[in-house]
Design a protein around this ligand. Sequence first.
Ligand SMILES: C[S@@+](CC[C@H](N)C(=O)[O-])C[C@H]1O[C@@H](n2cnc3c(N)ncnc32)[C@H](O)[C@@H]1O
Length: 254
Amino acid sequence: MPADAPPSTASATMPPLRPVGAFRLLTAFTGEQSDPNRFYSLLAQDSVALIERHAALEGRRVADIGGGAGYFTSAFRDRGAHCLLVEPDADELYSNGAPGRASVIGDGYWLPLADASVDVCFSSNVLEHVKDPAGFIDEMIRITRPGGLVYLSYTIWLSPWGGHETAPFHYLGGHYAARRYARRHGKEPKNLYGQSMFPTGVGPILSLVRRRSDVAVVEARPRYYPRWCKFLVLIPGLRELLTWNLLVILRRQA
Ligand SMILES: C[S@@+](CC[C@H](N)C(=O)[O-])C[C@H]1O[C@@H](n2cnc3c(N)ncnc32)[C@H](O)[C@@H]1O
């Protein structure tokens, strides 16, 4: 097979992985704070199933950028992929015990990987935590081989959970919501507006990736809703309020 050919999605040795389903995902999301293990494990399984609709993972090279505790990396490895976890924060990396093999401290803006060196470059719930999403996406595309996939999923600022633990007061302004949280809890929120959480929307990211000639948009839709809800991302304004979390899958062009 030529190096730049898209892989077949059929796995030689494993049965297809079933997506988790929107209802189970949404239910698990409501318990994200009390039972993060359950939510992130389900989300990881669902994400891997989503990717396998477009590309086989067995034997493929995957980079999980901002992989945190490694839920997604484990799910990729379970499907036979060689997955490298890149995470800038050691506390996050160790938050669920010692990380597995092939985990490195590294920053998504400067990935320690050669051009076109991975089949899938993945990031889940990271984009809203970076100040320069265009630079972050650019770097993900750089390391992805032609024919490979770039997977992005991130929380939309104007959605009900946009302010994370400061929600819904982020609707009154990110700085106000952070100050209010600090007053109530006696400490700053972990996701601090302007430092580790930014107002990332649907429209700006979709226009950014659509303008690029080196990627094609394969999927763009609300992450936790049924597939038929994809029309929501076509409605300017409303999509910022209703999408909640945007999934974008790109295919790297030659
Ligand atoms: C909400 S956590 C998501 C972790 C993991 N992807 C998951 O869903 O379980 C956001 C992660 O983004 C990481 N992050 C923030 N800035 C980053 C950057 N510039 N490059 C890579 N990761 C970054 C954080 O350290 C954190 O682990």
